[in-house]
Ligand binder design. Structure first.
Ligand code: PGA
Length: 252
């Protein structure tokens, strides 16, 4: 089980220092992994102040080359060098605002995997596609066009675009069916069981129901992860959930 906190372009150095103080006395469980994705500029800073806390750090994106004349980009090698374990690739905000298409997402994901980072590959349909009944085909195309080689240790985050930051989430059965669909496609491609996260308006109220959904191996949380109390409440919900169920998904 993985609780991933995508801070996007939020929290400065001072706020990160405040946030981290609350992590120091918190008892983390071996069963539930946590990873924080701060802004690039603070990954190293955060990683240093959480040295003795069992939380991983990750980046919100990386480039598809290891080095070269790519002004403003960040190599996956550099991310690995400063202690990142994960990188988010293909978040819908990057697809929409930075024009990253499936082909580019695949290149970035491949480069991250080649640099020994674990990828959280994001997929998710628009509201129009959902309403047209096209969501399953849309996700299938995204996966076929963007899954890199050697993806086995990575994860796929299902984040419907219309759910991100809106407070709206799909029904339990819609999430369940989509995760099943995603796992099946990923299995067909890689011959391995791939872990899947749900993302989009996850909060302290809906987390309990989301975690109960079959095939959900964790969550990718945006807005609610910016408040340390909410982040830890979501984490605690995951620990309680695992203690009360037979659902054991080890994410290494
Ligand atoms: P949200 O964002 O939790 O604020 O909806 C999730 C994400 O974009 O990863």
């Amino acid at each position: 089980m993985l609780i991933a906190a995508n801070w996007k372009m939020n929290l400065d150095k001072q706020s990160i220092s405040e946030f981290s103080k609350f992590l120091k006395n918190f008892k983390f469980s071996k069963k539930v992994k946590a990873c924080i994705f701060p802004p690039m500029t603070y990954i190293d800073y955060l990683n240093n102040i959480i040295q003795n806390i069992p939380i991983s750090v990750g980046a919100q994106n990386c480039h598809f080359k290891f080095s070269g004349a790519y002004t403003g980009e960040v190599s996956p090698i550099f991310l690995r060098d400063i202690g990142c374990e994960y990188v988010i690739i293909g978040h819908s905000e990057r697809r929409i605002l930075n024009g990253e298409d499936n082909n580019e997402v695949k290149l970035r994901a491949q480069s991250a995997i080649d640099a020994n980072l674990k990828v959280i590959l994001c997929v998710g349909e628009s509201l129009i596609d959902r309403e047209k009944g096209n969501a399953f085909n849309f996700i299938e195309k995204q996966l076929h066009e963007s899954l890199p080689n050697g993806f086995e240790d990575s994860l796929i985050a299902y984040e419907p675009m219309w759910s991100i930051g809106t407070g709206k989430i799909p029904s339990i059965s819609e999430i369940e069916k989509m995760h099943e669909h995603i796992k099946k496609i990923a299995f067909d491609v890689s011959d391995k069981k791939i872990n899947t996260l749900y993302g989009g308006s996850v909060n302290i109220k809906n987390i309990h129901n989301i975690l109960k959904i079959k095939n959900v191996d964790g969550v990718l949380v945006g807005g609610a992860s910016l408040k340390v109390k909410d982040f830890l409440a979501i984490y605690t919900a995951a620990v309680k959930h695992l203690n009360n169920s037979s659902k054991v998904q080890e994410i290494t």
